[in-house]
Design a protein around this ligand. Structure first.
Ligand SMILES: [Fe+2]
Ligand SMILES: [Fe+2]
Length: 291
């Protein structure tokens, strides 16, 4: 008998029909005992998200989801703001059977799967931001980043967005996790994960080879609040997405995995490896962690 397995993927961007079909076809290929972690950026359209959830819950025993920034865009929805959209997404998860709270899986090697809601801290939150200054270029990120156009937040929100999202995780963090933990977020938990090389070397190279000097991804990449929460959980493996630059790295006892499906053109150009068109197995009940 095939053991229960846990698979992970993010940034499936199903408005590309090719991505939708690849994921649905994977779901239908022998995963009735398995669990899928979907770490955000599927689509901003609720009707498309519902179709995806229905197909995935038909193929997998369990599906766990955290929204990414694209889900919280309100440009094509009737929601008044992005927090109302978040509530609509959670309601959709409830009605389709998609899980958004910690789940224990396995019978032999047990593991907790813990979703962490998140947002990024911009440079006005230096204590938590992943921001790195590009002193060689004008910063036009405000004009270039889709969230600043398509997401909308309640005017009376008194705290930084990333803090609001981190606080929403607190009820889940207070419980005891008596087995190993796999946590997952859409956004990056650490500045050093932005780069393939060291931060210093990467910034030195960027002065000469930056393809988009006026866009500063580090302003919208993630938050150290995610790192703080996953460390409190004692997470062994943290899965994240968002950047569409896949990584597998172990730092101070935690393995960080980014396995983004990305856009078809990113896979064609090699920015995202071709094998990312399918979820990756990260854990199985007979042998435990696979990475
Ligand atoms: Fe994405
Ligand atoms: Fe994203």
């Amino acid at each position: 008998m095939i053991p229960t397995r846990v698979w992970a993927i993010s940034d499936v961007h199903i408005d590309y029909q090719e991505n939708f079909e690849q994921l649905v076809s994977f779901a239908g290929a022998g995963h009735r005992q398995d669990t899928l972690i979907l770490a955000g950026d599927a689509t901003d359209r609720l009707d498309r998200l519902e179709a995806l959830f229905q197909a995935l819950t038909a193929g997998f025993r369990q599906v766990l989801f955290v929204p990414g920034n694209h889900e919280l865009w309100v440009r094509r929805s009737g929601e008044p703001d992005s927090l109302a959209k978040l509530e609509a997404i959670h309601e959709l998860c409830r009605t389709t059977g998609v899980r958004t709270e910690p789940v224990l899986v396995g019978e032999y090697h047990k593991v907790w799967l813990v979703p962490l809601l998140s947002w990024y801290d911009d440079k006005d939150q230096p204590e938590h931001s992943l921001f790195l200054d590009k002193d060689y270029a004008e910063d036009r990120t405000d004009d270039l980043w889709g969230d600043f156009i398509h997401a909308r937040w309640p005017g009376d929100l008194q705290q930084p967005l990333a803090q609001w999202f981190a606080q929403a995780n607190e009820p889940h963090l207070r419980r005891a996790f008596e087995h190993p933990v796999i946590s997952f977020s859409h956004f990056l938990p650490r500045q050093d994960l932005i780069f393939q090389k060291s931060v210093v070397e990467s910034m030195r190279l960027a002065r000469h080879f930056d393809p988009l000097p006026e866009f500063n991804f580090s302003r919208v990449a993630g938050s150290r609040r995610i790192e703080e929460q996953l460390r409190r959980l004692g997470s062994r493996l943290h899965i994240y997405g968002h950047q569409h630059r896949n990584r597998l790295r172990t730092i101070d006892g935690v393995t960080y995995l980014s396995h983004c499906m990305g856009y078809p053109k990113e896979r064609q150009r090699g920015h995202v490896p071709a094998e990312a068109s399918q979820p990756l197995c990260v854990w199985r009940d007979d042998t435990g962690f696979t990475l």
